[in-house]
Every structure is written in C-alpha cells, then in structure tokens.
Ligand binder design. Sequence first.
Ligand SMILES: [Zn+2]
Length: 241
Amino acid sequence: MIKKRYLAILLIILIVAVYGFVTINQSAHEPQTTVNETQTTTHEFLGNDSTGSVEVIRNVGNPNGERVAYVVGVHPLENDTHKTLLNLLQQQANLNCCYDIYIINVDLDFSQYGQLYPDDEPGRAEGQDLAYKYVYPAIVNGSYKFAVDVHAHGGAYPYDTFVFCPVDGGTGESYGRNVSESTQNVSYYNPYQTTSGPYLTIPLNENGIPAIYFEENSFYSQDIKDSHMMELIRGVDNLKL
Ligand SMILES: [Zn+2]
C-alpha cells in the first residue's frame, strides 16, 4: 500500500517535471520578438503642482540619433495640434532623430470650448507656468540639439501654418528657416509677440538650445492638420543638427 502511494507520488513528480521541461523548451524556441525602436520608448512622470502635471514620452524614433524635444500643452486649448503630433510622431518608422515629447496637462476643464478663438484664455497662464517650472529645466539640462513647441491659433495671423524662432539671428532661426524651406505648406513667420516665449522658447534659445514654435490654424480639417504636421515632422527629422 505504502509502496503504491510512493509510486503514485513519483509518477506525479515525473509528470510535473516532464511538463515543466516541455514548457520551458517550448518558450525557448518561440520566435524572438524583433527589437524595434518602440521598445526603448518610456513614459515618465516629471512633476505636478496644484494646476496640473507634466509627463514625458522618451526615445521615440532612433535611440542613437540626435536628441530633439517636442513640447505640447503649453496652451491647453490648442490641444487639437498637440494630439495630432502625439499621434503621428509615435507612428513613424525609420526616424533619424531620437525624440522626447513633453506633455503639459493643465487640470482646468477646457474641453467645452471646442475650436479655438483668439480670445480663449483658459489654462494659458497655468500651462506656461508648468512649462517654465518643469519642461524648461529638463530641456536646458538635457542633451538636446533642438526643441519644437507645438501650438495652434484661431486665424489671427497672416499665415496659417508656420514656424518661427522668437530670438532672431541664432541657430534656432536657421533651423526654423530650414524646416520651412524643406516643406510645402509650412511658412517661416515671426509675429514678434508671444505670450509663452519667456516661459520656454526664449530662455531655451538664450541658453544654448535652439527652439522654435510650430503654429497651425485650429480651423483646418483634421486631414489637413495631419498632412501639415507630417511636413513638420519630416522637416525637423531631416535637419542637419
Ligand atoms: Zn499657443
């Protein structure tokens, strides 16, 4: 009787051992997932205060490429272009550069405002303050070659889709002009008045990081916004940094 019980236990151990061996062996022979660029992408929380939070998606594109920062959310109401960049940049294969996307989330509810009008103000001051507090130090102390701050407008400018560097005469301006020249629909136009410049792009340019604005007309259809954003993405990615 005891012998039979031992035999039964032995048999169970044997079955478990064989099953385990087969399972380990199988997983060892499963095709390895190819190492692609997206596997290096990380999503990090940078900080928050009573007005909102800031996060960053790192290493989008070529992890060995020159580092470029995109910023979205400085003016939260302009979120149509922010979503467009977030969506399209992360879908691209074979990018030359390595991108970090800084995302500013203002807690204020601005969703009810719909499309943008020039006098829509909610969240602007909060987004700018969050940019200066969290995004500016992260970019100026990072090893970035270039930064792009993504905005939208309600049609108050003589150009609908444009880039510009708020500081004339430096590398930022020449990168901005190069991006514009390499695209069909992205003009170079400096309006010489920005509310957010002092919170991000101006101090970046003054402290060694060339930085430009991208502005898009919020009233364009999503298709046009997508195609303009692709022009920006390619124009930036093909810069000689
Ligand atoms: Zn703006």
